[in-house]
Unconditional design. Structure first.
Length: 233
């Protein structure tokens, strides 16, 4: 049977040694006893809140007791913690510390792995931008990819379609970048222009930029070899 120790709600003294008021007490035949008089004075208190520590301390302690306190509002006793042997608690704390260090190492490895994955994904996204828009400057393609693929941002690059490098998703990211960086779209919104109205007003200019980027650099108007005779000709 599990030993139960009480946290009193009012000042209570031990009926045997008169020590008090008691932080914890045991009731023997309805009479309050301090932990020393009850033979539990060698135990230490472990508050609730750390399930692994509590489980290990209890398993390693030859004697333990549950500490409860009466909740007047709910009209029931509620668990507050555990009394265990000091050596068992120390061993449990060392075990939990070792686990915490192992978890920290695992988190570090996972963080490094995600960072490497993000670098590879951003590079792949930039390459897809340049495939769809070969006239886009390489620096802009990298910037667009970096912005769209930030982990946890909720941007198009982190959607399922974006992670799959879907052409539509990549195109949406490029269009959004042009809208914000190459037009006065943000200024219009700040001036109170409705979002859809601002987008409609700027759509022709954005389309013109995207059309230019869809052409390879050699096919740009006025570029050498783009339909005009060269000097050698």
């Amino acid at each position: 049977m599990e030993l139960v120790v009480f946290e009193p709600l009012k000042p209570i003294h031990c009926a045997r040694c008169r020590r008090g008021p008691l932080a914890h007490l045991v009731r023997e035949s309805g009479v309050p006893r301090c932990l020393d008089c009850a033979g539990l004075g060698h135990l230490v208190y472990l508050p609730r809140g750390h399930a692994a520590l509590t489980r290990r301390a209890r398993a390693g302690s030859s004697v333990s007791a549950v500490v409860v306190r009466f909740n007047k509002r709910r009209r029931r006793y509620e668990r507050q913690g555990l009394l265990v042997e000091e050596g068992a608690l120390a061993r449990a704390e060392r075990s939990c510390l070792a686990d915490a260090e192992a978890r920290a190492r695992h988190r570090d490895r996972a963080r490094a792995r995600r960072a490497a994955e993000d670098v590879r994904f951003t590079a792949a996204f930039a390459a897809e931008v340049l495939r769809l828009f070969p006239g886009c400057p390489a620096g802009r393609a990298q910037a667009i990819a970096g912005h769209a693929s930030v982990r946890g941002s909720g941007r198009v690059g982190r959607t399922a379609a974006g992670r799959a490098l879907d052409e539509l998703a990549v195109s949406v990211a490029v269009r959004a970048a042009v809208r914000h960086d190459d037009t006065e779209y943000d200024a219009l919104l700040a001036a109170g222009v409705p979002r859809f109205a601002a987008r409609a007003r700027l759509a022709p200019r954005i389309d013109a930029i995207l059309d230019a980027w869809r052409r390879p650099p050699s096919a740009a108007p006025g570029a050498a070899g783009a339909g005009e005779p060269s000097e050698a000709a």
